[in-house]
Design a protein around this ligand. Structure first.
Ligand SMILES: Nc1ncnc2c1ncn2[C@@H]1O[C@H](COP(=O)(O)OP(=O)(O)OP(=O)(O)O)[C@@H](O)[C@H]1O
Ligand SMILES: O=P(O)(O)OC[C@H]1O[C@H](OP(=O)(O)OP(=O)(O)O)[C@H](O)[C@@H]1O
Length: 327
């Protein structure tokens, strides 16, 4: 089937085609009951139960497609959105300076719909552990290796402006003194191989940088995966439906359902610990007027403490249940 000719009327939704965000993004689509079958080697998949076509793209390219309005919705890292936006700002500035065209502030761009809670990492400035550079300003005028050229340029332009203002010499140079060298991967190798004095790269556990003999000296962007939409999306109702479904899955992932029995006299103390989303559900226990059963949504990360506190106030038969979905 020629899928490209079946896109008419469908919401185009970009999903990372590989890499660290792929599996979590697919899990989210499954949780939101977005059903599709991706043919081998095809980067387009028609959704069976909704008017959506999934477009599988490199995470770093998704903000370009969404920002230009070619695709209405996307899942990618906030770092890639920031890089795209820094690129757009740099281009507008360049065009304005050369008088080529008028900068259009309101045109295009990505709107963050929600944080998806996975893929957390930091874009950091890293230097050799045993080297001569201790703070970011030491790197002014040096060589910086990165895949995030626009964010690195923006970062060092701000550092240079700050340094010039401090020196109060009034010579605000237009040209960046620091040399930004674009690398597409294995950026951590650049210092040891003499290509760069410092790097701007992603860090999660810190293991890669430690193994490469590097240490962080600043954070440029803190990132997680995000759902983004274009400024003027097509199929607005479907965009809202998908966002609501994904929000439900994420809320469910972050919470558990806590059920317990407690004496009515201790109910106020217990429900103070588990106030729930709106309010806890309280039911009488069959044949025992003195006891009630309580059920309440609790944040997953707090559940151990909540169970300790409930036990302390006299709650019994505490059960913790996974929530598959919620609205
Ligand atoms: N070490 C990491 N830990 C957590 N998230 C990361 C990490 N590295 C990257 N990410 C996130 O995942 C996104 C995609 O990066 P990833 O390297 O997986 O993509 P990719 O498409 O395979 O790119 P490449 O081929 O350049 O490695 C990044 O933009 C960032 O938001
Ligand atoms: O802090 P850590 O948990 O060690 O993760 C950081 C590493 O992960 C990313 O690289 P990736 O594995 O995507 O490979 P790449 O260098 O080819 O981009 C990033 O560029 C770092 O190299």
């Amino acid at each position: 089937m020629d899928l490209v000719n079946h896109l008419e009327g469908r919401l185009l939704f970009a999903v990372p085609k590989k890499g660290r965000l792929l599996q979590a993004a697919l899990n989210l689509l499954e949780g939101a009951d977005i059903q599709f079958r991706r043919e081998n080697r095809l980067d387009i998949a028609l959704v069976k139960n909704l008017p959506i076509a999934l477009i599988f793209l490199p995470a770093a390219d998704i903000p370009t497609f969404v920002g230009e309005g070619r695709v209405s919705l996307g899942i990618t890292g906030r770092d890639t959105v920031a890089e795209h936006e820094a690129g757009v700002i740099a281009l507008r500035k360049e065009q304005a300076e050369s008088g080529k065209s008028t900068p259009q502030e309101d045109e295009g761009g990505c709107v963050e719909v929600m944080d998806l809670g996975f893929g957390s990492c930091k874009l950091q400035v890293q230097v050799p552990e045993k080297g001569q550079y201790g703070k970011p300003s030491d790197l002014i005028g040096k060589n910086i290796g990165t895949s995030f050229v626009h964010l690195a340029e923006e970062y060092f332009a701000a550092l240079e402006a700050e340094a010039e203002a401090e020196a109060a010499n009034g010579t605000k140079s237009k040209k960046l003194k620091t040399k930004i060298i674009e690398l597409s991967g294995s950026v951590e190798a650049a210092c040891a191989l003499g290509v760069a004095d410092g790097i701007v790269d992603l860090v999660e556990s810190g293991e890669t940088m430690k193994a490469a003999g590097l240490k962080p000296i600043d954070t440029v962007v803190s990132s997680t995966a995000v759902l983004i939409k274009s400024k003027n999306p097509t199929n607005v109702d479907t965009v809202e439906l998908v966002a609501a479904r994904i929000r439900g899955v994420i809320t469910a992932q972050k919470h558990v359902l806590c059920q317990y029995n407690v004496e009515r006299t201790k109910l106020a103390a217990a429900t103070k610990i588990t106030p729930g989303k709106r309010a806890p559900t309280v039911n009488a226990l069959e044949g025992d007027g003195a006891w009630v059963a309580v059920s309440s949504m609790v944040e997953k990360k707090k559940i151990a403490t909540v169970m300790d506190e409930l036990t302390e106030v006299g709650a019994q038969d505490i059960l913790v249940l996974e929530i598959a979905n919620t609205r």
